[in-house]
Design a protein around this ligand. Structure first.
Ligand code: ZN
Length: 267
């Protein structure tokens, strides 16, 4: 599933093709998944941004396009067999592909996210100055839920999904099933730093392309952060932490396959 680094990589690559351009056509066959897209036709793109895992296009006439890539959504510069929507610009057509069709598009009045509940209650952006150690501590202190579930919920911090939750918890040596309110201040600080570090490095690497290859950059090129995974998708392999003789285990936490080292991330 595309998480913050994959969505941010996509945004950065698409931005030069979109900025200042008029959307000529936005065509698809599925008005329940891709809503009010006719509003965007003829509108000019003033800016692109991202909130958590949502890609946002600010248009003139106070409109906004909100895209959630779901499990397998992405953009391509070339026609692709899983194209669900085409966005025609004066000099480029963008193909929105989504084999499993969990992705969604909405065109809304700018900032009107009433249909998109998660966007309304989403926590701070982890790579911005809004995400502070104090706000993170506050969010963790008031819940007994497992720390992995808290990270996935997007309210303590935005944009972290299954891969980057496992990587951040491994880096900070915290067991994914620890109740959030039992984390010591020193552990919260380690996790806070780990979330930022892991996401920053993943953005720089163009995100993670897994063995199913569902995520790709719009050129078709993969991301490269999967080569830096320490825990995710490494079940049964030796822990990479210096001096640790454990091996990575996989177990379901909060409904998601979770990878961790039981030796250096103790419950
Ligand atoms: Zn270990």
């Amino acid at each position: 599933m595309p998480e913050l680094p994959e969505v941010e990589t996509t945004r950065r690559i698409l931005e030069p093709y979109l900025l200042g351009q008029r959307i000529q056509k936005l065509r698809h066959q599925d008005p329940t998944r891709y809503r009010r897209t006719e509003w965007a036709e003829g509108r000019r793109v003033l800016a692109t941004s991202r909130r958590g895992k949502y890609l946002l296009l600010q248009l003139d006439h106070n409109l906004e396009v909100v895209v959630h890539l779901g499990m397998t959504g992405g953009f391509r510069f070339e026609p692709h067999r899983h194209t669900r929507l085409t966005l025609t610009l004066p000099n480029q057509t963008l193909y929105y592909t989504d084999p499993r069709r969990f992705g969604r598009w909405w065109v809304v009045e700018a900032g009107d996210y009433r249909e998109i509940g998660l966007l309304e209650r989403m926590g701070p952006e982890p790579l911005s100055s809004d995400f502070t150690l104090a706000s993170f501590e506050q969010a963790l202190r008031c819940t007994k839920r497992k720390i992995k579930e808290v990270l996935l919920a997007q309210e303590a911090v935005a944009g972290v999904g299954n891969i980057y939750a496992d990587e951040s918890l491994w880096l900070s040596q915290i067991h994914p099933e620890r109740p959030a309110n039992t984390l010591l201040p020193s552990e919260i600080k380690r996790l806070y730093r780990a979330v930022r570090e892991v996401l920053q490095q993943a953005v720089e690497a163009g995100g993670s392309t897994l063995s199913d290859a569902s995520y790709r950059q719009p050129s078709g090129e993969p991301g490269y952060f999967q080569f830096h995974h320490q825990a995710y998708d490494r079940a049964g392999q030796p822990c990479k932490r210096k001096g640790c003789k454990g091996s990575i285990e996989k177990k379901v936490v909060g409904g998601r396959g979770t990878h961790f080292c039981p030796r250096c991330q103790r419950l």
